[in-house]
Design a protein around this ligand. Structure first.
Ligand SMILES: [Zn+2]
Length: 311
C-alpha cells in the first residue's frame, strides 16, 4: 500500500434507511434476507441520537447519475439520469412528497445526466438552477434550456469556491475551473457539507479537472465520494483519492454496461485505500442518512429500475 489510509475521527455505522420503505411499496416479493438486514441494521440506529437528518439518495438510474438530497424541507437534485429512467426519477421525488426543488444542479449536458432533470423542471417548482457554462450541440441541451426558461429561471454558472446555503448545510462549488472542449471535463463538481459529514459529487469530471480541484487548495476531504465518470479510469486519480480520502465510494453505473464501468484500475485503487465501494448496479438505489456526525448507509434493495407508474 503506497499510503497508509488515514483514519477519521468520525464514527460510522450502517443502517438501511427510507428507501426500504419506499421500495417495499413496489417490490412485491420483498425477500426475507433483506428484511433481516433491515432489522439488524435498524438496531444500530436505535441507540443513536439523531437530530435533523440529511438524506442522500444515489438513485439507481442504470448507466447514468442522479443524486437526490433532502434536509428538512430543502431539496437538491444533482443530475437526473438518462432518458430511460427520467420518469423513474420524477416519480421517486414525488414519492418523497417533493413539490419544490431548491437546487437543481446539472453536472454537464450529456444525456445520461441531464435527461431526467428536464422531467424534474416540468414536474416541480425549481428555485435555483446551476449548470456548466458551455453549449452542448444536442436536442437535449436545447430542451434543458427551454425547460429552465419555462420555469422562469436562468442557469447559473458559479465560479469555483462559490458557496450556497442548503438548510444548515453548505454547498461549495469545486469545479469546473475552466471550460474545455470535452463535456465531461466541464462537469460542475460540488462539496456538500453538513456538520462533519462531507459529500463530494464530481459528475464525469476527469483527471484534469481533479488536478485543478487539488490545485485550488480547497479542502477536498470528504466521507463520501460519488466516483467520477461511473468509475472510468479517466477519473479518480490517486492524487484525487488522497485529497478526498473518502470512507465510502459510490459508483453509479449500469449492470453489464458497454463501457466496462467501473474500470478495474479504479476498483483496485479504492480497495488499496480501503474505501468501501457501494455500486448502484449491485445494490440498486443507495440511501445515506447523516445527522452531521454519523453517516448511516442503506445498502439496497433491489437491482432493477422499477416501472412507473405503480400499479
Ligand atoms: Zn456520464
Amino acid at each position: 500500500m503506497r499510503k497508509r489510509y488515514r483514519k477519521k475521527r468520525e464514527f460510522f455505522a450502517f443502517v438501511i434507511a427510507g428507501g426500504i420503505i419506499f421500495l417495499s411499496n413496489i417490490v412485491i416479493n420483498f425477500s426475507t434476507e433483506l428484511r433481516s438486514l433491515w432489522e439488524q441494521d435498524a438496531q444500530i440506529n436505535i441507540d443513536l441520537d439523531i437530530k435533523e437528518s440529511m438524506q442522500v439518495h444515489f438513485l439507481d438510474v442504470g448507466q447514468g447519475l442522479s443524486i437526490l438530497v433532502e434536509l428538512g424541507d430543502e431539496v437538491l437534485i444533482y443530475d437526473g439520469g438518462g432518458r430511460d429512467t427520467s420518469s423513474f426519477v420524477v416519480a421517486y421525488l414525488q414519492e418523497q412528497g417533493i413539490t419544490e426543488i431548491d437546487y437543481l444542479i446539472s453536472s454537464h449536458y450529456d444525456a445520461d445526466h441531464v435527461s431526467g432533470l428536464i422531467g424534474c423542471l416540468y414536474a416541480f417548482d425549481v428555485k435555483n438552477v446551476i449548470g456548466s457554462d458551455y453549449v452542448h450541440d444536442s436536442k437535449l441541451y436545447t430542451s434543458f434550456q427551454n425547460a429552465v426558461a419555462k420555469e422562469g429561471e436562468t442557469v447559473r454558472h458559479p465560479s469555483v469556491g462559490t458557496k450556497y446555503p442548503f438548510g444548515e448545510a453548505v454547498i461549495t462549488i469545486l469545479a469546473p475551473a475552466e471550460i474545455m472542449d470535452d463535456s465531461n471535463a466541464n462537469s460542475v463538481a460540488i462539496k456538500l457539507s453538513y456538520g462533519e459529514s462531507d459529500f463530494i459529487f464530481t459528475g464525469d469530471a476527469d483527471y484534469y479537472s481533479e488536478s485543478a480541484m487539488i490545485a485550488s487548495g480547497m479542502d477536498l476531504d470528504c466521507e463520501v465520494l460519488s466516483v467520477g465518470h461511473h468509475g472510468s479510469s479517466d477519473s479518480t486519480s490517486e492524487a484525487f483519492l488522497e485529497a478526498t480520502s473518502p470512507e465510502y465510494a459510490v459508483i453509479s453505473c449500469g449492470k453489464d454496461n458497454d463501457y466496462g464501468h467501473p474500470h478495474k484500475e479504479v476498483v483496485e485503487l479504492l480497495n488499496e485505500y480501503q474505501v468501501e465501494i457501494l455500486r448502484n448496479d449491485e445494490l440498486g438505489t443507495i440511501i445515506m442518512e447523516t445527522d452531521g456526525a454519523v453517516i448511516y448507509t442503506a445498502k439496497s434493495i433491489c437491482c432493477t429500475v422499477p416501472e412507473f407508474p405503480f400499479s
